[in-house]
Design a protein around this ligand. Structure first.
Ligand code: ZN
Ligand code: ZN
Length: 393
């Protein structure tokens, strides 16, 4: 089959690779109909995620049809149209049973690297390096889905492919960001990053009772989409001082909830010296992640407020304002998404018309255009929010 393979920093190629086969009795093989790029893939492209190997198939947000199933798959059947959660759970361990499937004890068959780096190992992720299990990704004609009954969700009638594909990752990640922040009616929520996940966090914040949502970015088309589609008040961080703007929008209190939908490649936009410092430290390996958004959130959040982090971080950061966080009594919530907990609820919101993620798909291309698609997505060219590949089109 054809697949989009990582071959080094900023080096993607469409290659011929062997078709996936059933490995375990709980596996299914999915014929991929749509597979979306994701902002966290850019960290792979940039070489910021260690343990990638040349030839690894990337992609983790996908929808398709089951063409083969193992003997222990009970609920799903051949021919089912399913969306698969990008973070793999086993469904049986304590974490999975409590809805924290991204912390699964069993789905990462290569736990050594994560244990060495983090103390414990989390779940496996499709197409996201060998530290996260070494699973082949979804930018391919076919993909193997382990623990299929737990990770695959039959898409209800009335939900289009273009809506359903984002229930794999962008929608549950954004929804979880809002959910774990404990938003209360009347809250003001500020979201850093107006990409797919950020925009889904904004919509979700309203669904969970927020009164005002502020979206922060620097790309005009993304700010416009955040305003028009997600109902956010846009803030361009290169044009205003984010702290001052957020204080004046909230009567000097600061937002109740601050959501990070940016992650490890953040820039402050305003403070050139800070950005230079962070980039230099990252370039020589003295920190792996750039914390400009975390610093802004800690400074801007109201006293006693909550920071909710779904932007991806990989390692260590420098100049982290712990004193401000402690003395302001901030609560930190964070994590990879537990989409298995949310998928059915999100289908419900989509069916009722309360949430429509399909507008994230600004470009629908053939898999052969994979390298070009990622270049465009990375450069945020042509008002690109998400490129979605159709491997069989
Ligand atoms: Zn993702
Ligand atoms: Zn588990």
């Amino acid at each position: 089959m054809r697949a989009l393979c990582w071959n080094g920093t900023n080096d993607l190629r469409v290659e011929r690779v062997p078709d996936p086969v059933l490995v375990n009795p709980h596996d299914v093989i999915v014929k991929v109909s749509l597979s979306s790029v994701c902002g966290s893939d850019l960290h792979l492209l940039g070489g910021y995620v260690p343990t990638m190997q040349p030839g690894d198939i990337i992609g983790h947000e996908f929808l398709g049809e089951i063409v083969e199933k193992g003997p222990e798959v009970r609920y799903l059947n051949r021919g089912d149209r399913i969306v698969t959660v990008s973070i793999i759970g086993c469904g049986h361990c304590g974490h999975c049973q409590h809805g924290d499937s991204s912390l699964c004890d069993n789905s990462n068959p290569k736990p050594e690297a994560a244990r060495a780096a983090y103390g414990h190992c989390g779940a496996g992720i499709f197409g996201y390096s060998h530290a996260f299990g070494g699973y082949a990704g979804s930018h391919a004609e076919y993909v193997r889905v382990p623990y299929a009954d737990f990770n695959g969700f039959r898409v209800p009638e009335g939900i289009t492919d273009e809506q359903a594909v984002f229930v794999s990752d962008a929608v549950p990640t954004g929804y979880m960001a809002a959910d774990m922040a404990g938003i209360k009616p009347g809250d003001v929520v500020a979201v850093w990053g107006c990409g797919g996940v950020g925009q889904m966090a904004m919509r979700s914040a309203y669904l969970l009772g927020a009164e005002r949502v502020i979206g922060i970015d620097r790309f005009p088309d993304r700010l416009r989409a955040a305003q028009m589609k997600a109902g956010a008040e846009p803030l361009d961080y290169t044009r205003v001082d984010v702290f001052d703007a957020l204080q004046s929008m909230t009567g000097g209190r600061g937002p109740d909830v601050c959501i990070d939908a940016v992650g490890m490649e953040a820039d402050s936009g305003a403070n050139a010296l800070e950005d230079l410092y962070d980039r230099a430290k990252q370039a020589v390996g003295l920190q792996s992640d750039r914390p400009a958004v975390l610093r802004q959130m800690i400074e801007a959040c109201r006293k006693g407020g909550t920071l909710s982090i779904v932007g991806v971080y990989g390692g260590v950061i420098d100049k982290f304002p712990m004193g401000a966080a402690m003395n302001k009594g901030l609560t930190f919530r964070m994590g990879q998404q537990n989409g298995q907990r949310y998928a059915e609820r999100l289908f419900g919101h989509i069916v009722k018309g309360e949430l429509d993620p399909s507008y994230l798909m600004t470009h629908r291309w053939s898999l052969d255009d994979g390298p070009k698609g990622y270049r465009m997505f990375k450069d945020k060219a042509d008002d690109c929010l998400r490129v979605v590949f159709a491997p069989h089109a």
